[in-house]
Design a protein around this ligand. Sequence first.
Ligand SMILES: Cc1ncc(COP(=O)(O)O)c(C=O)c1O
Length: 372
Amino acid sequence: MSKSLRNPHIEPFTRVDRRIAPDDIRQLQGVDRVYQMANNENPLGPSPGVIEAIRATAPTLSYYPQFSDVALRQAICGVLGRGLEPEHIFTGCSGFEALELIARAFLSPGDEVILSPPTFSGAYRKVIEPLGARVIDVPLAPESFRYRPDAVLRAVSESTRLIMLCNPNNPTGTITPADAMAELMRGLPDHVILVADEVYHHFVDAPDFPDSIQFALDDKNIIIVHSFSKAYGLAGMRLGYGIAKPAIANYIAGLHRGFHQNKLALAAGIAACQDQAHVRRCVDFLRGEVAWLCRQFDRLDVKYWKPATNFIMFETRLGAEDLNQQLLERGFLLRAQTRNNMPYGLRVSASTREDNQAFIRALEEILSAVAT
Ligand SMILES: Cc1ncc(COP(=O)(O)O)c(C=O)c1O
């Protein structure tokens, strides 16, 4: 490590996670095909209207985009309805960047942010810790992965600025119901903002899922994060947004650099909003595939948590790293949950039926070899 990187402020952030690309894995493992089931993407891709909008926009790329993203914010409001105005929305170049903007807006050295692991901790820490803020973990209830609003509120201090509530939660796929979120919101002191990361909200059909947008409309301290990466099938475009009361949304939008959103993303986002039938098709399809995978897990006696998402958390008697490696050798990319303190846990993203069947065949083969 070079001398400059011994700086104590830099050193914790030099642990770079350079994931291997699917093509490299194909070469490394000598497999014919790589099955990308690690990133909770949408295998059906974007709406044809999005592809058309990108084609139509491409010849104009020598000019800067619109300085304002208001057309995209209007399109988002058109989809969400509820009386939301563009002033309630700020956009990000991905949901991850929306989280980054929130952190930059509200965190200073010494501040605290409450997380409830196992959750999307790696990404949250990445936006929190470089700002000198501290993570306070208040874990979900063991086994059920139930959110504990009482314990979270007890952990709030004078230094707490943000509480991250990932709902549905990644990697467990479980939801925090409306009554638990209401309890949290009731107890929230004025100096704390709840960040409701709801990038998987499209996949939820539970009637007790919270109406978090109502809290924003009621002027509460809440920021809801959505993404175009999941149900919209636009993970490669890197587009997301936040919903909050105008005072918060405008403050965060003030951190944008000029010409923040690129032209293709603006055109794609607007076209995606205009094709909600495509979103419904993708959601129906992925819910069906998740249900199919769950039935296969039942058949194989594999433990899993009932998901409200396009992915499933499961456990087998094999260590997660071992099973992950054996799957990798067959071309299947999943996400082992060892870093999330689940030594037997893996997360699989639902894909096409053909890919899901291939995955189940591989899993069955690996597990039957252990049984004998
Ligand atoms: C819980 C959660 N939040 C936020 C994101 C970020 O989404 P993106 O940056 O692709 O919009 C992801 C992506 O997987 C996620 O799982």
